[in-house]
Design a protein around this ligand. Sequence first.
Ligand SMILES: [Zn+2]
Length: 173
Amino acid sequence: MTPRRDLAGAAILAAVALVPDLDLLLPVHRGPTHGVGAVAIAGAVAWMVSRRPGWGAAVALAWGSHILLDWLSNDTRPPLGVMALWPFTHDYYKASIEIFPPVSRRYWESRFWIYNLRAVVVELLILLPLTALIVSRYRSRARSSGPGDPPPPSGGAGDTDGISDRRARHGAR
Ligand SMILES: [Zn+2]
């Protein structure tokens, strides 16, 4: 069973996608929490706690999306990139293309706001249309087949209102 298609589920997964950056509280940033091992652990824990493989997969994808976006972002503080293949290697990896601009954590500098405002604007310009597309496709699919509904009849392209050809013919008599 997959997570419920509702706002609470989306909020939980959005929060999960932020968890890897809790390592900002540690001396090592973008380290093991940004590796495939952490993705597997997070997915396994979610699966065990919820007892639903769909939740395990969703949490793993949410966690992994953070690593993917960090890998694609500009990083100005060495070591550059993310420890993407932890625990297999402690090397840092970074995409050769940088889609997302760098962010600044030097709040005492005047360019802090300009830097981070630019980063937020670029991220929204890229991710909002993508999110809107995914949500609209998700909604149209949820509308066409509700939970527990039988699969649509194979009556043909014109049969979209849930009435099978046989029932329609019977009713016409
Ligand atoms: Zn991160």
